[in-house]
Design a protein around this ligand. Sequence first.
Ligand SMILES: Cc1cc2nc3c(=O)[nH]c(=O)nc-3n(C[C@H](O)[C@H](O)[C@H](O)COP(=O)(O)O)c2cc1C
Length: 175
Amino acid sequence: MKKVLIISSTRNSNLDLSKDIKNYLMDKDELETEVIALEDFELPLYTPTLEEQFKSTESFPKNISKIKDLICSSDVMIWCSPEYNGGISPIVTNTIAWISRATDDWKEGFKDKHCLICTSSGGNGKNFIKGFEMQLKYLGSNVFDRSLIKTKAKNIEEFEFTSVLTDFYKNIFSE
Ligand SMILES: Cc1cc2nc3c(=O)[nH]c(=O)nc-3n(C[C@H](O)[C@H](O)[C@H](O)COP(=O)(O)O)c2cc1C
């Protein structure tokens, strides 16, 4: 059984996309899926000073441990996030910063994991996808070479949705 964590940055259209993905994958064998929205964790903004303060007072917020455990215990991650200003949204960057600092090995949450990048953005989200692919690969993830892209003007075609997820599913079990 593989544990698939579907991570939405927001509680809005990217969460809707995450739920659609979960509904599709629910029927697949050997998968256990869970959707989370990063907004719900209300993580503080990462700064070295704040980290030092948490460490010296042994007061790491519970939600940092919670998201770290969810990510570290997953086998597969599907990220659904908007593009912001031609790049990765701050909530994703912030979450990754905390996880990399809350684990013994900074790559622990990401190394050798199958990842799919999806976006519901104003435009085509390509800058986010390119930039985030680079980051996830740097963290050791195995990033699938196709993505699901929803724009303000265009929904994802049903054929495309099914084809990307079916291929990704096969890819998860290919090794
Ligand atoms: C600060 C900010 C910057 C944005 N920059 C971009 C951008 O560079 N490219 C783009 O396609 N959309 C951009 N958008 C639009 C969002 O991608 C779009 O509203 C998206 O649907 C929001 O996702 P959500 O519905 O899950 O909240 C931006 C939105 C905000 C709030």
